[in-house]
Design a protein around this ligand. Structure first.
Ligand SMILES: Nc1ncnc2c1ncn2[C@@H]1O[C@H](COP(=O)(O)OP(=O)(O)OP(=O)(O)O)[C@@H](O)[C@H]1O
Ligand SMILES: [Mg+2]
Length: 378
């Protein structure tokens, strides 16, 4: 799939612009704070209706304005779509082919985008929350049920945690209601966990291949899901996971009241990356950790393709300069001819231009986007 026509109005510092992107490679060159990340964020938002940088949508509206509007025309193998998102201070609305969609889960997934920024290089050594967010964002865009259950889980979890606080403070006394909440939470959690296992089994395979492709060494990469309850295994059914979680919630009820929080479930689960069976978080070199992070993103591209028969957009925010020449060329060769790619950079130097065939080049200055005359290498 590719994004052709794109319009952003009142989006952060971006000046209104109207552009037809290149179906292959688009490069945006600009100094710091000119709007490069804002542009990629706007494209990402059009796809996922959420930002990778903030959960507060209001920040996206240009200073002094009441709304932001993003729209684009997406071309797919089977059809083409007009997408639109309107962000106001009260919330957001979405349209597909000018028809408003009541549910975001009906909208997300029409346009797929994988974003890779320098922070993603921390996927391996960063906090577990980073890896959970990774799963929620990436799996949510290929599976509307995952998106639904992950959102529902957050909601019921918060409800249960609030109730635990009330019980601890003595403003509530009914433990029967706590049991109802735990039961509901276990049911939703099981749906999330079983789907995570499923998508990770695909991702594992693709990431292993990508790692072998990028790295010059011979280690084998494996990704494991680490549930907060070790009895849960990858072959469990939804019903089995539900039972195991419920048993744990029942056993831990008093401790949870005491700690005023839910101690197990998808919000406490983690991912583990291994190289030849050794935990890469502990033993991997920085270079190996980066290569794993890159491999996982590339695996994501394959996962989207496997599930939708389309390649997602690839948004590379300032990562080229973070990668050495060999990894850059491995990356570019890997995606060549598959994904529509958007690359931002402050500096032309340090990028292996010879591998990028005929990119469309733009300059960004103070939120204005200029098309550079003529194509590079062409
Ligand atoms: N809601 C907003 N309204 C107007 N301007 C905003 C808003 N939010 C952020 N900005 C401005 O956008 C600019 C930053 O844009 P962006 O993060 O895209 O920079 P960048 O080109 O990616 O820079 P760098 O190379 O440092 O990453 C900042 O000057 C910031 O003040
Ligand atoms: Mg930036």
């Amino acid at each position: 799939m590719y994004l052709k026509h794109f319009i952003a109005q009142n989006y952060r510092n971006l000046e209104p612009f109207d552009v037809n992107f290149d179906p292959n490679v688009n490069i945006f060159i600009g100094q710091n704070a000119q709007g490069k990340t804002n542009l990629l964020e706007a494209i990402y938002f059009l796809a996922l209706t959420r930002s990778h940088r903030t959960s507060n949508d209001k920040e996206l509206i240009a200073f002094g304005q009441d709304y932001a509007n993003i729209s684009g025309h997406v071309y797919k193998i089977q059809n083409d779509l007009a997408l639109r998102v309107l962000i106001t201070k009260k919330g957001k609305k979405v349209w597909v082919n000018r028809i408003e969609q009541a549910k975001l889960s009906k909208y997300v997934g029409q346009l797929n985008a994988i974003l890779f920024s320098p922070e993603d290089l921390d996927l391996i050594k960063g906090a577990p929350a980073l890896r959970r967010r990774f799963m929620d964002q990436e799996f949510g865009q290929v599976d509307s049920e995952y998106l639904y259950f992950a959102g529902k889980y957050r909601q019921v979890l918060q409800q249960k945690n609030n109730y635990l606080k009330q019980l601890a403070q003595g403003t509530a006394h009914d433990t029967l209601f706590l049991e109802v909440l735990s039961d509901q939470l276990a049911g939703i959690a099981a749906e999330v966990i079983v789907r995570r296992f499923k998508f990770l089994s695909y991702l594992n395979e693709y990431a292993r291949d990508a790692y072998a492709y990028i790295s010059s060494s011979k280690e084998k990469l494996t990704i494991n899901y680490r549930p907060s309850i070790s009895e849960i295994t990858k072959d469990d059914t939804v019903e089995q996971v539900y039972q195991k979680l419920l048993t744990r919630y029942q056993k831990n009820q008093q401790v949870e009241v005491l700690k005023r929080t839910t101690l197990s479930g998808p919000h406490r689960d983690d991912l583990e990356f291994q190289l030849d069976g050794k935990d890469a978080h502990l033993y991997g070199s920085q270079g190996q950790q980066r290569t794993i992070a890159l491999s996982v993103k590339l695996a994501e591209i394959q996962l989207v393709h496997h599930l939708t028969a389309e390649y997602p957009l690839l948004l590379l925010d300032d990562v080229m300069s973070e990668l050495d020449h060999d990894r850059q060329s491995a990356l570019l060769n890997y995606i060549h001819g598959k994904t529509q790619t958007f690359i931002t950079t402050t500096d032309l130097a340090g990028i292996s231009w010879e591998i990028i065939k005929k990119p469309q080049v733009y300059r960004i200055k103070a939120g204005k986007i200029y098309l550079e005359e003529g194509k590079m290498n062409g």
